[in-house]
Design a protein around this ligand. Structure first.
Ligand code: GLA
Length: 360
């Protein structure tokens, strides 16, 4: 748990509601090492929780009303737990209300909630998955019960689909609900089987904010998903997880679908290569995976932007053989993930003249 953030949530709760909370939950954000835009194609992914996240202080209240304050926005919401309605705007309220409607475990009484977080918004580190899973955990705690991490992740994904309108995969929600601090989560998005993967002790994972805030990404995201599904249907497979390079090259796909499908098939293979590189402590092999992954998102999946490409190139040049970078998350701005020798990543902020946060 991020102690400082939890303490801050407790203090802000007391100031806002005039009494102490009964509990506080913390859920991290995530950075994805490799396996981008493959979760909704039943693929393999390798995300990792980060230090920053969302803290939610809670206290049961008489009646059936949920009264929630979003400290970082200076705004609040009130609704009936038994029947949350869709808010007009798709802001933080949609995530909270959706999760309250869909959470696997819900208390019978009302609740006061105070939410605060330290994940930079729009940076592609899954602040929304962290928020949704956090709400689900707070509800379960208030019901004096435990919620299974898969059930929480699935409810959070449904919230995105049904309450927010983003047809996302399940990587982010599983990473923040089931990931362990300091470890990557090797997740098979088809059956949700998973394994915690420790990185070699002399490697580090850095996160660089590109400064390009993601905008209008939802429409592009949903379009990519539709292109992948159309390609899979034309190839006669349930999802692109079941396609291979020969099928993609010879299949009756339009040029755009072929590019998207090529990315997915090769990216799933890269996750396997990354897992082997990590197990063997083979940094050069890991760097190849990261560089090829970035090029593929830029050229085949077309979700990068020039400012991010330039920053990735600069970081690669500065690190030489000691590490590599790629865009992480949905794309169109956001963050860059860097994997490399711990010492080299430690020296990166000075060379880059930008902050580099460590994932663990
Ligand atoms: C977003 C989505 C995830 C995943 C990534 C891209 O973070 O929420 O489901 O598709 O983009 O890998």
């Amino acid at each position: 748990m991020s102690e400082g953030l939890a303490a801050s949530a407790q203090e802000q709760f007391a100031a806002a509601f005039g009494h102490a909370p009964q509990g506080v939950v913390f859920v991290p954000g995530r950075v994805n090492l490799i396996g981008e835009h493959v979760d909704y194609n039943d693929g393999l992914v390798l995300p990792m929780p980060v230090r920053e996240g969302t803290a939610i202080a809670w206290r049961s209240a008489p009646g059936g009303e949920i009264h929630v304050k979003a400290a970082d926005f200076g705004s609040e919401d009130r609704f009936d737990l038994s029947l949350p309605e869709k808010p007009e705007a798709t802001d933080w309220r949609a995530y909270v209300r959706g999760m309250c409607a869909l959470a696997p475990v819900r208390p019978v009484s009302g609740l006061q909630l105070l939410i605060t977080g330290n994940l930079p918004r729009g940076s592609g580190l899954s602040s929304s998955a962290s928020l949704c899973v956090g709400v689900g955990k707070a509800l379960a705690e208030a019901a004096d019960d435990e919620a299974d991490s898969v059930a929480l992740a699935q409810a959070a994904q449904r919230t995105e689909h049904e309450w927010v309108g983003v047809a996302c995969g399940i990587m982010d929600q599983m990473a923040v609900a089931a990931g362990e601090p300091g470890k990557a989560l090797m997740l098979d998005c088809r059956d949700l089987s998973r394994q915690q993967v420790a990185l070699p002790h002399d490697w580090a994972v850095g996160i660089v904010d590109s400064g390009v805030t993601r905008g209008l990404v939802d429409g592009e995201y949903n379009a990519r998903r539709a292109q992948c599904e159309s390609a899979a249907a034309k190839l006669g497979v349930a999802s692109l997880r079941d396609a291979d390079l020969a099928m993609v090259e010879s299949g009756d796909l339009d040029p755009l679908e072929r590019k998207r499908a090529l990315h997915v098939v090769e990216e799933i293979a890269r996750v396997g290569s990354a897992a082997r590189a990590i197990a063997a402590g083979d940094l050069p092999a890991m760097c190849t995976v990261l560089r090829e992954g970035h090029a593929s998102l830029r050229d085949l999946f077309e979700v990068s932007v020039p400012a991010v490409d330039e920053l990735v190139e600069r970081i690669d040049a500065l690190l030489g053989d000691a590490g590599a970078a790629r865009m992480t998350g949905a794309g169109f701005g956001g963050s860059i993930v860097v994997v490399g020798e711990r010492d080299a990543i430690g020296g990166l902020p000075a060379l880059l003249a930008r902050p580099v946060r460590l994932a663990f």
